[in-house]
Design a protein around this ligand. Structure first.
Ligand SMILES: Nc1ncnc2c1ncn2[C@@H]1O[C@H](COP(=O)(O)OP(=O)(O)OP(=O)(O)O)[C@@H](O)[C@H]1O
Ligand SMILES: [Mg+2]
Length: 184
């Protein structure tokens, strides 16, 4: 089998956080595509997928949300120290557990997908806001559970004002600026 030659990079975790439907998955997927096309080793850890596998036993209490993030942090740390660019997309609504992820992983870029709640409700990609507003889902972030905004994220994406392509380009520019990838 032919061996695949990757472009070398210093590993890093790009940690997307924000309300449901704020654009974490959409931007992280697009950034992953761009980085792969440039030849980098990339891995995606997405809330929807991780919660069906690694953390399928967990719910949405504060304790379970934090345990979800602790396990993800463990995986992201291993990948990051092996030169992978890890793109994580989790609501991760609590500041203290995001601070823990940053501390553990070390090479860490926090990206806040900022979007007004009203716009997220309009987007309602998976119909979850409507369910939460009808009272059918308890502990839904933004409706019946808090979201603690990042105080000092490396990057803020205003996804109600920018196109998906613009948001993705900002993440790429940040990775270039911080020296994780080569400028093209
Ligand atoms: N600049 C932008 N960045 C990201 N998404 C955008 C942008 N502009 C519009 N969108 C749209 O907003 C929606 C965001 O949905 P997405 O599934 O990415 O949210 P999410 O933050 O991953 O939500 P969840 O926490 O429920 O997984 C998509 O339909 C996307 O196309
Ligand atoms: Mg998502």
């Amino acid at each position: 089998m032919a061996s695949v030659k990757y472009k070398e990079s210093k590993g890093v975790t790009v940690w997307f956080t924000g309300l449901p439907c704020s654009g974490k998955t959409a931007v992280a997927d697009r950034v992953a595509q761009i980085l792969k096309a440039r030849g980098y080793r990339v891995e995606r850890l997405d809330g929807d997928i991780v919660r069906q596998s690694l953390t399928r036993d967990l719910g949405y209490s504060r304790e379970d949300r934090n345990e979800n993030i602790r396990r993800v942090t463990f995986v992201a740390k291993l990948l990051t120290r092996n030169g992978v660019i890890v793109l994580t997309s989790f609501i991760s609504p609590y500041r203290d557990i995001r601070a823990y992820a940053r501390e553990e992983i070390g090479e860490f870029i926090e990206v806040y997908t900022k979007c007004p709640l009203e716009v997220c409700i309009q987007r309602d990609v998976k119909g979850m806001y409507q369910k939460a507003l009808r009272g059918e889902i308890k502990e839904f972030t933004g409706i019946s559970d808090p979201y603690e905004e990042p105080l000092n994220p490396e990057l803020i994406l205003e996804t109600d004002k920018e196109s998906l392509e613009e948001s993705a380009a900002k993440v790429i520019a940040k990775l270039e600026e911080l020296g994780y990838i080569e400028k093209t």
